[in-house]
Design a protein around this ligand. Sequence first.
Ligand code: CUA
Length: 341
Amino acid sequence: MKRRSAGVVASVLCAGLAVGCGDSPAGRSTPSLLDAKGEDARVVSTEFWIQLAAVGLVFALVAAILVASFVRERRRASEEASPHAHHAEGVAWVIVGGIALPVVVLSALFFVYVHDIARLSSQEDRGGPIVVDVIGHRWWWEIRYPKLRIATANQLVLPVGGRVALRVTSKDVIHSFWVPQLRRKIDAIPGSIGSGWISAQQAGIYRGVCSEFCGLQHARMQLLVQAMPQARFAEWVRNAQRAAPQPSTASERAGRDVFTHNACATCHTIRGTTAGGNFGPDLTHVGSRPAIAGAVLANTPGNMGGWIADPQHVKPGAEMPAVPLNGTQLRDVIAYLESLR
Ligand code: CUA
């Protein structure tokens, strides 16, 4: 009996891991603020190490004084000193250790802190030439480049070294936009716009998460920030601005018709087709995205099929309904969506 229940627990855990971790291309490990790859995160992580070093030193000092005073008191008890000298020494300790030292240490830390805050907020105003609107939805991120007329989802692309201005808001409940390796959190609040900027100093893919509990799939409301060299970024922009490519095979053509003639088209936009819904992510270039479903599934035909066939199985509570499709229709839709690069 015991062995059987252990087996059940193990299989449930495995299933939980398989679903929970997904196979997002940014990897399974939780991104760390201390593994900073962006200017903002670097200021914050440096501040963390300075504070940690300062409190560590103070702790070590206090512990050493404590031990030394125990040792001295023991020796004194056997030697017998005058109570007057004892009192004067106690006052000196209170003045130095209880007032002077804390004033010096806390003032130094305060100035470091104020300096860092000033650094972060002065840059905040400058922003960058590229503006990105980040809109939280249950449970995915809508990403728009209004000046460049680009719309995508769960994917924020930026040039390495360049600063991108962010305007963060929400369509439904409060979310919080957080890319630990690149910048601090910005709350996504319905009816208000939080601003800031983001930059990456190294090319790569960085995982972002929602850090404000927003319901059932809160933990799996993620996005991937792709930082690429300027030339590749310019190429990405040119491609993302184009309408969807025309289907080139019979299966892709059939898939487009299935998509535009079914409920898919009422929720999703594919520019260049009749699909113009704006409830779900814009899918004009969905085939070129590294991940789907709130960036928790790698963008593979198998994952795409599983997500379309049974969204509630992949993300219980998700607002995407299952559209009844037969096997051929499903295969064609997958072929079409994967061709949208
Ligand atoms: Cu969105 Cu938590």
